[in-house]
Structure formats: C-alpha cells, structure tokens
Design a protein around this ligand. Structure first.
Ligand SMILES: [Cu+2]
Length: 129
C-alpha cells in the first residue's frame, strides 16, 4: 500500500515538473500565460522610440527566469510585465531594462549603454534626478 502512495506522488511531481517546462517554453513566445500561478502583473513607463526599441526592451527580459511576459507599447511607453515575485523583483526587471540602454523612472541606463543604441533609438531621456 505504501508503495502505491509513493508511486502516485512521483507522478504528481512529474506532472508539476512538466508544467514548469511548459511555462519555460512559453516565455520564449512571450504569450499570455493563464496557466501560470503566482504571477504578478505590473505596468510602468520605459522611455523609448520605436519598434526596434520594443524588440530590445522586451528582449532584455526574454530568457529571464520568473518573467512570463513582457509587452511594451511604443505609443504610451507603458511596459506590462507578468512575473513571479518569488523569482524576480520589479527592481531587478527594471535593472535588466536599464542594462540594454533604456530608462525607467527608477533605474537609469548608463551613458555608455544609451550611446550604444542605434541613432534612431536614442530617445529623449527624462531629466535625471
Ligand atoms: Cu528604437
């Protein structure tokens, strides 16, 4: 009898692992993930210009563990992220974005990474505080 219980829990563990693998696969397609539990949704401004900025901004979070989706709107400059707070914080997310050259209200990109952006992507930076 005991053996059976052990077997069942092994199956449960396998199922759980399978779900995690699915979650990881879905990150790369940046799709909505209703199946992901523990997901927090936040939106904030990321300064930028164009479609190329969009690719770079969203790309900075693409293979990031704990980030399920990232969508930046070039008209409104609003970034929407879905992520797991137990794996990554909002601040860490903003640091990732700053690392590829894009400012948020809280985390400013380095002069160097900003200057490394293609000319058309060198957006008007907010005043530094
Ligand atoms: Cu751009």
């Amino acid at each position: 009898m005991k053996k059976k219980i052990v077997k069942i829990s092994a199956v449960v563990i396998l199922l759980m692992a399978g779900n995690q693998a699915n979650a990881v696969n879905n990150i790369s397609s940046m799709n909505d993930l209703e199946i992901v539990s523990d997901s927090t949704k936040e939106s904030f401004i990321v300064y930028g210009n164009c479609g190329m900025c969009k690719r770079t901004i969203e790309g900075s979070l693409k293979d990031q563990e704990g980030v399920y989706s990232a969508d930046w709107n070039k008209e409104t400059k609003m970034m929407q992220v879905k992520y797991d707070q137990s794996l990554i914080s909002l601040e860490e997310i903003k640091i990732k974005i700053a690392a590829v050259g894009y400012d948020t209200e809280e985390n400013r990109a380095s002069e160097e990474s900003y200057k490394g952006l293609p000319g058309c992507c060198q957006y008007e930076r907010p005043e530094s505080k």
